[in-house]
Write a protein that binds this ligand. Structure first.
Ligand SMILES: Nc1nc2c(ncn2[C@@H]2O[C@H](COP(=O)(O)OP(=O)(O)OP(=O)(O)O)[C@@H](O)[C@H]2O)c(=O)[nH]1
Ligand SMILES: [Mg+2]
Length: 585
């Protein structure tokens, strides 16, 4: 696991070339010239490749007999042939921020395949970083309403794509920003490949990683709501407005036009656009009813679990482990509960929430909930569609916020998570009471890969990029119904009773740190109005885990001033011991 994280840092965070167009033929910017009308005038009609279509050129195209849900995704879920993406990263003002964003983009592009096979060392199979290009950020001057990038940049990208394409197939292009429907459509026409923006790619990843029925339903719902915002009309070869993947003519009857703003009804006068909207709405209602059905079953199971109670007879408390994707949530929950949850350096490795039981130093049994990770610019469609899963967080008795302490943009990650927590309706009181865990402390103790720790991460914000992302993607229609959904029930829950008796027998090492806050740092976080008790942990070496359990115990049982010092569930190294161990890694 440790090596996996190191790989990510060494392979993706290596210094970037100092050219804007990295890694590809320098001749590109001059040799290739694209007919301007291809992407700005809407006059020509190269093959339509919108993600609404089934792109036929790809060797990984979807099978004709794919189920309904496949229609809303661009890329196939073929674990044997994960899609190959070309990554386009708009340049950012700060070199460090650029490195970080590029690293995240490359990792996102590499995260599309399903759960990986492991190699003979038990490590997941690794893929090298995908082909990528850093281009001028149009937001610095002016984004182009039709293609987002300026014409020269579009040409240069096309030239580089051709070079990469000749070396091996490409399935899609990932532009690490948020594009409008029309920009996406025009870029697909210009480049002859499906284009995914940040929102589209994250939704595809959720689909690729969803294992359970619930997660699949929710990711399809997110894709559907996203697709609804992408229904664009364009002018066809004959100059008429057309709609649809294959440029089919829009059908507008006199009845449709003359509805006087009362809206169209289904029938002969319906526009193609309206037909698509109706289909999407029907499918969405179908998905919502299925999710509701699952929810009801889960609610019954949850009530039964609460009645069953913990070792002290009271109901089981739930501790939700939240945080930025790849912060180490699953690894931490696994380490605390001795369970084996799937963790990986892919982003959004966890899409299906899991509950694991753990016995606290006081003997109290609680459930740790491992949830989906968050990311900056988390698509609003995902937040809404995964409302059911995220309600697990809202309803939890206590939140543990896991941060990757070695992340260069730690502050940004922290505020992204706090933003999502507020967005999903977590009470201010719960946020105030939250435990903040700085995980991966072993990487910092090792000096980090690039020596970047602490406040030096807090780089200037790039306003240009913010401007580029000012696109309203909300779907007001979906809100009311989605808010009615409630918590998805856990998919697995291990029984800790046997474990508890074994642990009690195994107490042979008096804890030095039961109420000792050596790994707890009191600080007032920037941008936060409350004091945060910060824990430093390494889910890999075990540093700080014991202290974390004590703190959880304390928080859940505030009446108890101090927890049972004789308890030692499992030996965990103290911070000082961990420092020494980490130095040897
Ligand atoms: N060095 C180091 N690596 C860690 C630590 N905790 C987790 N990792 C690694 O970080 C990567 C991500 O870990 P996960 O547990 O999958 O992270 P996550 O937060 O659950 O990620 P998502 O489910 O994708 O949101 C894996 O490769 C882990 O081995 C740690 O304390 N130290
Ligand atoms: Mg996870």
């Amino acid at each position: 696991m440790f090596r996996a994280a190191s790989f990510l840092r060494t392979s993706l965070l290596r210094p970037l070339p100092h050219t804007l167009f990295s890694g590809h033929p320098s001749s590109c910017s001059s040799v290739y010239s694209l007919d301007a009308t291809n992407f700005s005038g809407f006059q020509t009609s190269p093959p339509a490749l919108s993600f609404l279509s089934h792109f036929s050129s790809s060797s990984r195209r979807k099978a004709d007999d794919a189920d309904d849900s496949d229609d809303v995704f661009v890329l196939n879920r073929d674990p044997k042939a994960p899609p190959r993406l070309f990554v386009i990263q708009p340049k950012l003002r700060s070199e460090k921020l650029l490195e970080d964003k590029l690293s995240e983009a490359l990792n996102l592009a590499n995260s599309l395949e399903e759960q990986r096979d492991v190699n003979i060392d038990g490590e997941p199979e690794k893929r090298g970083p995908p082909p990528h290009l850093i281009v001028q950020n149009p937001a610095a001057r002016k984004t182009h309403a039709d293609t987002y990038f300026g014409r020269g940049t579009v040409d240069t990208i096309k030239c580089n794509l051709n070079a990469v394409q000749s070396e091996g197939g490409l399935d899609a292009i990932f532009v690490n920003t948020i594009l409008s429907g029309i920009q996406q459509r025009n870029l697909e026409r210009a480049w002859g490949k499906p284009v995914l923006d940040r929102v589209g790619l994250i939704i595809e990843i959720f689909n690729a990683h969803a294992q359970t029925k619930e997660a699949k339903l929710q990711s399809e719902l997110a894709a559907l709501m996203y697709r609804r915002t992408r229904l664009v009309r364009v002018r066809g070869t004959d100059g008429r407005l057309t709609f649809g993947a294959d440029g089919e003519a829009e059908v507008v009857s006199a009845r449709g036009r003359g509805s006087g703003g009362r809206g169209f009804t289904s029938g002969a006068g319906e526009t193609e656009l309206q037909l698509q909207r109706t289909r999407i709405l029907e499918r969405r209602n179908h998905l919502l009813s299925q999710i509701e059905e699952v929810r009801r079953t889960r609610a019954v199971q949850r009530a039964a679990r609460r009645r069953r109670g913990g070792s002290h007879g009271q109901g089981l408390a739930t501790v939700a482990v939240v945080g930025y994707t790849n912060a180490g949530k699953s690894t931490l929950v696994s380490a605390l509960s001795d369970a084996d949850l799937y963790s990986d350096d892919r982003l959004f490795a966890t899409v299906d929430p899991r509950l694991r039981s753990v016995v606290l130093p006081s003997g109290k049994k609680v459930l740790l909930s491992d949830t989906v990770g968050f990311i900056s610019d988390l698509p609003v469609q995902l937040v809404e569609a995964f409302h059911a899963t995220l309600e697990e967080v809202v309803e939890a008795d206590l939140l543990v916020h896991v941060l990757d302490s070695s992340a260069f943009n730690l502050e940004e990650q922290r505020s992204s998570v706090l933003q999502v927590l507020q967005q999903i309706g977590v009470s201010e009181e719960k946020i105030q009471n939250m435990i903040e865990v700085w995980n991966k402390i072993d990487l910092i103790q090792n000096g980090g890969e690039d020596g970047e720790v602490g406040s030096s991460r807090e780089e200037e914000e790039d306003l240009d990029e913010d401007d580029a992302n000012e696109i309203n993607l909300s779907d007001a229609d979906g809100n009311a119904e989605l808010s009615e959904l409630s918590v998805m029930e856990p998919l697995a829950e291990d029984d800790a009773a046997t474990e508890l008796s074994q642990q009690k027998k195994a107490i042979d090492h008096q804890s030095e740190n039961s109420c000792n806050d050596s790994n707890i740092v009191e600080e007032t976080s920037s941008g936060q109005s409350h004091d945060v008790k910060r824990m430093e942990t390494s889910a890999i070496t075990g540093v700080g885990l014991q202290e974390l359990l004590y703190l959880i115990d304390e928080k859940l049982n505030t009446k108890k001033s101090c927890v049972d010092r004789s308890y030692n569930r499992k030996w965990r190294p103290s911070l000082a011991e961990g420092n020494a161990a980490a130095a040897q890694l």
